[in-house]
Design a protein around this ligand. Structure first.
Ligand code: CP
Ligand code: NVA
Length: 311
C-alpha cells in the first residue's frame, strides 16, 4: 500500500482497493495462513463494538499473529495519557494499531506519532474497513461494479462517507439521500464527485430518498443515532422521519436489489422491522466480510504478502 496508515478510505488508490478485494477473496477461500506469525495488533477502542473487535482479533489470529484489546476505560486516549505518548509507547510493543475513536483528529495524531501502521476502525468521520467489506459483498452478489447503482439513505456521516468514496473509487454509481442538515460534509461530496469522474461513474447527493433508490441495485442504510450522539436522540428521530428504509421504499429499487446495513440496526427506525430478514438482505455477508477484508489489509500492511500475489 502506498500509505503507512488507513485513516480514510481515500488513503487507498482505486487499484489498491481492487487488489485488497482480490486478496480478501483468496483469504476467504484459504482462511488460515502463518504469514503474520509473531506480529501483534493492538485494538484501541473509545467506543463499543461487536463486529470490528471480533473480526480484527480473528483476522490477525488466523494469519498467525495475536491481538491485544484495550477498552475505552483502559486507555483514556488524551485523558489518562497524551495521544502522542500512547502512540509512541504502543509502537514499541506492537506492529499495528486498529483504532476506534470519536474524532478523526485523534486518529491523525496517533498516526503522526506511531511508527507502526494505524487503521481506522471507525471514527465519527469515516469507517473505511466497513466500506471495503461492503464492496466485497456487492461484488460477490452482483459481479463487476460499473453499471450498478448503489443508494444510501440516512445520515451523511462516517459509514456514508467511506461508502461513497469507496464506490466512486471502483466505478460504482452512488446516490446518497440525507435529510437537510445531515448531508455528507461538503469536502467529502466534492471528493466523491471528483473520484467518480476519474473512475467513469456518477456520484449524487440528494435529499429525496425515492430519487436515490429509484432503479438501484443495492439499498443501504445506517443508524440515525450514531455512537456518541445519544443526547440528540429526539431531534434526530424527528429529522429522519420519512427516511426509513421500508418495503415501500425498497419496491422502487430493482426487484433483486440488495438490502445493506453495517449493523447494529435499530429496527423500526432507519430500517423497518423484518426487512433485514428478507432474502435480498446481505447484512450478515457484510459482517462476515469484515474478517476477510481486514485480513487482506493486515497481510498487506504487515508484510504478510498477497496484494494479489503477482502485483
Ligand atoms: N459495523 C460495525 O462496525 O459494527 P461494530 O460497531 O459492532 O464493530
Ligand atoms: N454510524 C454508526 C456506525 C456503526 C457501525 C456509528 O457511528 O455508530
Amino acid at each position: 500500500m502506498r500509505s503507512k496508515d488507513l485513516l480514510s478510505i481515500s488513503d487507498l488508490e482505486s487499484h489498491e482497493i481492487r487488489l485488497l478485494l482480490a486478496d480478501a477473496t483468496a483469504l476467504k477461500a484459504e482462511p488460515r495462513q502463518n504469514t503474520l506469525a509473531g506480529k501483534t495488533l493492538a485494538l484501541v477502542f473509545e467506543k463499543p463494538s461487536l463486529r470490528t473487535r471480533v473480526s480484527f482479533e480473528l483476522a490477525i489470529k488466523q494469519l498467525g499473529g495475536e491481538a491485544i484489546y484495550l477498552s475505552p476505560a483502559e486507555v483514556g486516549l488524551g485523558k489518562r495519557e497524551s495521544v502522542a505518548d500512547v502512540a509512541r509507547v504502543l509502537s514499541r510493543f506492537v506492529d499495528a494499531l486498529a483504532v476506534r475513536t470519536f474524532s478523526q483528529g485523534t486518529l491523525e495524531e496517533l498516526a503522526q506519532w506511531a511508527r507502526v501502521p494505524v487503521i481506522n476502525a471507525l471514527s465519527d468521520t469515516e469507517h473505511p474497513c466497513q466500506a471495503l467489506a461492503d464492496l466485497l459483498t456487492i461484488f460477490e452478489h452482483k459481479g463487476e461494479f460499473p453499471g450498478l447503482k448503489l443508494a444510501y439513505v440516512g445520515d451523511g456521516n462516517n459509514v456514508a462517507v467511506s461508502l461513497a468514496l469507496a464506490a466512486a473509487s471502483v466505478g460504482l454509481n452512488c446516490t446518497v439521500a440525507t435529510p437537510k442538515g445531515y448531508e455528507m460534509p461538503a469536502a467529502a461530496v466534492r471528493q466523491a464527485r471528483a473520484l467518480a469522474a476519474t473512475n467513469r461513474c456518477v456520484f449524487n447527493a440528494v435529499n429525496d430518498p425515492a430519487e436515490a433508490v429509484k432503479g438501484a441495485d443495492a439499498v443501504y442504510t445506517d443508524v440515525w443515532i450514531s455512537m456518541g450522539q445519544e443526547a440528540e436522540n429526539e431531534i434526530r428521530l424527528k429529522a429522519f422521519a420519512g427516511y426509513q428504509v421500508d418495503e415501500a421504499l425498497v419496491s422502487q429499487a430493482k426487484p433483486d436489489a440488495l438490502i445493506m446495513h453495517p449493523l447494529p440496526a435499530h429496527y423500526g427506525q432507519e430500517v423497518a422491522e423484518g426487512l433485514l430478514d428478507r432474502p435480498q438482505s446481505v447484512v450478515f455477508d457484510q459482517a462476515e466480510n469484515r474478517l476477510h477484508v481486514q485480513k487482506a489489509l493486515l497481510a498487506d500492511m504487515l508484510g504478510g504478502l498477497l496484494m494479489s500475489w503477482a502485483a
